[in-house]
Design a protein around this ligand. Sequence first.
Ligand code: AKG
Ligand code: FE2
Length: 320
Amino acid sequence: MASFLQKARRIAYDSPGLDHTSNPRVKRLSRSDSLSQFIEALEVDDCVIVKDFTDRATLEEANEEVRPWLEKKEDGVKVGALQGKTRTVTGLIGKSATVREEFFADPLYQDLCEHFLALETTHWYGAEPLTTTSHPLLSISITFDIPPGTPAQGLHRDDKNHHARHTQAESYQKGRDILLGLFIPGCDTNTANGATRVVPGSHLWGDDLPNFGKDGTQGVVDAELLMGEALVMLGSLYHGGGSYEKPLGTSEKGARESRIVHAMFSCTGVHRQEEVSFLSYPIEAVKTYSKIVQERLGWKQSEPNLGWVDLKSPEYLLAN
Ligand SMILES: O=C(O)CCC(=O)C(=O)O
Ligand SMILES: [Fe+2]
């Protein structure tokens, strides 16, 4: 298995003939590729780019829906990996119908969440076995808008929030991750404007001090994305927003000066969500959301016995 994965890793990149073990890149796949190719890319590299995730018109709609919220934010926040410059819009599911129904509810992303995060367990009532499944939840939906003058984030794993522990491994075991992220850029992202930096393969590392080499760039790749593409990543991937060093006011007149990415993370159905869904999205609004979104927000119980209201799955509260 290990040698299969190593081989897959060598042939996984889209420029044949290059030794990408010393110059790693993120694999790009299309929607026409099979789900198992996406799964394999995530198992091998811990991230993958979907080339044709969305189109420009849909992306512009999402940007328009988010922009008023962004413009209300003068300053960035200092929390977690955010160091005060990056502007954020939280609770995106309620603020952008396009982010919610076109991006978060995307069947490819949801199928990958189901594959990596659904839990199926057999337990016993006396001698009677019962197998139940817990489906994933949305943990957080947030826009990251990096203005010029923003330094790079410290490389980190987002599953730190869930106190995840990792043992070093040769190859991927299903169930290893508790988060799956989806990053959709609202503009082209590149090294100059702070494309997200990722460390392919770091999902197999343990919890010791990570080694990014003397200058902190060993194994680090700028996941440059074009509008319409999306990056899918496991929660154990070392990553961080890149630096946008260009001074403010040097862009062409009228050009938007920020790097905008709409991000979502899903977690397993038995972990605590980063954003408290029931306080973030009022029930009257949730009634208008698609079924899959309602379920991922926690309006369906996790089998066997989590997330009840009065010992019942809460979707009955959405019925009228
Ligand atoms: O802005 C980005 O590219 C990534 C942000 C991030 O990883 C974080 O704030 O946890
Ligand atoms: Fe992060």
